[in-house]
Design a protein around this ligand. Sequence first.
Ligand code: NAP
Length: 334
Amino acid sequence: MKPKIVVLHDLKFPVLDELKKYANVVELKKDYPLQGEELIKSAVDADGIICLLTDKFTKEVIENLQSVKIISTVSAGYDHIDLEEATKKGIYVFNAADPLTISVAEFAFALMLSVARRVVEGDKLIREGNWKSGWSLTFMLGRELKGKTLGIVGLGKIGKEIAKRAKCFGMNVIYYSRTRKLDFEEEYKVTFKDFQSVLSESDFLILSVSLTPETKNMIGKRELSLMKKDAFLINISRGAVVDEEALIEALKNKVIAGAALDVFQKEPVNRSNVLVSFENVVLTPHIASATVEARKGMAELAVKNMLQALQGVVNEDCLVNREVLKIRKLNKII
Ligand code: NAP
């Protein structure tokens, strides 16, 4: 008998054909996040589940998923899945992070250029009918990237792609990360500095660290005060890496020149968030990975992880609960 794979949502791209050859694929096409009883009922007799970031695999849900052996999420993040419980039950959990790396790195430049060249401010000026002065030598002056120092905090997959692109813009790249990347430094001529030096020397500071207990509120009042007065902060990592209250205070007191943010402490952001009141702040609704290429690639990878797992092959790059390897061997079931 073919294994049963439940796909909770419409994956929007034609990526299931190969899997359908080997498994009984049940596409639920739910257009809202699943949780609790409904999620349990939807997948209780499945061998594998393909889900999204918004589905909630709590301890209780996982306890009740009797036959599930594999959960493959179409997302980089996996904090919607209780990994401890999944591991205890011998469930292999896979994510799909790599396909969004380029999209997020490119988006960091969209943000950096937008805030440095006042793109959003200019757009707003025209739409609100306030472009009265025509062209003048000093109208809406911004900053070039060329020759500026870009500080990258967190030189991981995305940070490295940002660094490569920054070199093409003629920027001087410095970085701080948990571990030094000597080969990368050598190949791309980037320089490792301690955290404090990266803060104080950067004209543009991009945050691309992972969110962990150590990086929560990594940028607070003290760190902002170490930055240059004409520097810009760009956050494409996770909202909680920045102490938002401290950032608001810094912007009010002109401690830094501006910010561009794709992620926030509390999402979605509404107009009660003081950040919306600053002209020198560019805000985007967590869309750094929102490209056709990234989303299609993520769906493809999530399905591939599932198919391989059914064949008894573990894609270790995407396995997010490695301890499960000690709990249960993944048997070939197709
Ligand atoms: P990654 O490859 O895991 O890179 C994360 C980097 O953070 C690693 O290089 C790691 O350092 C560094 N790091 C972790 N803890 C640190 C600490 N205490 N101090 C200094 N550096 C630390 O992840 P990624 O794929 O590049 O993603 C980077 C960030 O972007 C993550 O926060 C992710 O959630 C976020 N993201 C956002 C979007 C979006 O839509 N805005 C989309 C995708 C990802 P070492 O390698 O040096 O150990």
